[in-house]
Design a binder for this molecule. Sequence first.
Ligand code: M6R
Length: 621
Amino acid sequence: MLFIYASMCGIIGYVGNKSAVQILLDGLTRLEYRGYDSAGIATIDNGQFRVLRKVGRVENLINAANQRNIGGYIGIGHTRWATHGVVSEKNAHPHCSVHGLFSIVHNGVIENYESTKEFLLSRGFTFESETDSEVLANLIEYHFNKEQDSENKFLKSVQKALFHVRGTYGLAVLCEDYPGEMIVARKSSPILLGIGSGEMFVASDASAIVQHTRDIVYLNDREIARLTPLDFSITTLHNENVDVVKCELDWHVEDANREGYEHYMLKEIFEQPRALENAMRGRFSDDLSTAKFGGLRMTTRELRQVDRLLFCACGTAWIACLVAEYLIEKYARIPVEVEYASEFRYRNSPLDKNTLVFVISQSGETLDTMAALQEAKRKGFRTLAITNVVGSTIARESDGGIYQHSGPEIGVASTKAFTAQICIAAMLALYLGRMRDMSFEEGILFVKALDDLPGIIERVLAQSEKIEKIAEKYAQCDDMLFLGRQAMFPIALEGALKLKEISYMHSEGYPAAEMKHGPIALISEKCPCFFLATQGHILAKNIANIQEVRSRHARVIAVAAEGSELVDKFVDDLILVPDVHPALQPIVATIPVQLFAYYIAKFRGCDIDKPRNLAKSVTVE
Ligand code: M6R
């Protein structure tokens, strides 16, 4: 049987005194970066469900909604990223129960859907889609039919259905018999409530509702909430009381707009000076010789006991971990290991007892990173998280951490979050280094270099037109290699990842010298090489590698530091960047590779903010 999981998607809900449709459609537009295979809404209009679903972009849904007059002051919406099976209208959310009494939007995976479906089939229920979410809608209706009439009948039937299911869910449910009420629940898939005046919002991610309210309550796992226009209540699934913690979003709706940029990715690339300032704000000691972090919840004495660090993450955040490894080992002299979160969670690697575990996640919701964090906690390790999204699951589950304060990152390709993560890694290297062998003078120089960084990044961004022209020359290639040594090796990986994810050009990142041990076989006039060669002390080594690929007819683009103008005679295209403190070179060198990937994707006509097959936050294994 074909089974379609519903996950990694966006959810929005509204109950209040305004027409729901526009709020839902606006919310879905903002959530589209979470998934763009199909989208749908359901409202209760004069006591009856109105459901509209469309395959493809939210725009299709908006066009369809504009041709109908869908009323209602309560509604739910969903944008889907398919993990298994076909994308079709039938499989789009919201899903209704068989007698049309319930409508549901669901993120997550119901693992025992098959047995549940068989059970429901045997009791006369029928199914229109192959989704697990429709099974859940019908299970709620099954329990509703058995429940005694009471004020809490809707809530109780959702609770009973959730007792029965195994798996994960972030969900919002409407019931035609309760047209002023919405039930939402969460287990391992984010759900938050937005508190308005005479209205309540629900979303899987704050960007969907920030234009309406910045007062937020995050649901915890196994909590269920009931919302009416004027009120909300939260309990655990077992009816235990919950201490409701309200928080205020630390960013505004303008932060989630494109503000005249053609793409979010470009806007976010250009936001990096400000994002770096935000990552550093208030995080230097009074004598400006070291960094400080309020959220680590560890004393200097405890930090000095740490013998080893383990960093876990996925994707670009994993690449930031690799940079952290270079920086912390160099400046703090603490051994660092880096693991893919998805590998760590099942690998059972032996860890020294004084290991401190860091996870890095922009969204704070990546499932594998979350699972790695939980595994480290299960083993009794202290865990710290570097995350961008305040109140995200990973931020809440870790023992302490550091917020990036990068503002919302909407472009699927991570840019400003990455450089902020490296900036925090550099500050950690400084902080841990100053507890060990780094001198006061070195600390002062390090802080000064960090302080100068936003201005330096502005200077690199000012070269965007030049980088665009270079990109045009290479835009139609099929392959590209990114090469760099030491801390530039992760930036080579990041360059290759950016390029492949948004332009679909095959690209690989390698340590420059390692290229001789295999990848050199790929090199020809059709496979240009992009060198990241900003380090003065190994410039000659990089030039030697450049000559090796040139003699095999590769065209070469290089990023080098000002003062290394001699590189020009060995390469086809040279991008000079300011010569900065070695710890900050990875950040400076990242800007040209981001812009290069962006412009290549643009010349190739790609959908830059919504690259095919990708989703911003990966909440499945
Ligand atoms: O939200 P996270 O930082 O945990 O996301 C991790 C990766 O999924 C993410 O970095 C992904 O690789 C980006 N698309 C890269 O641009």
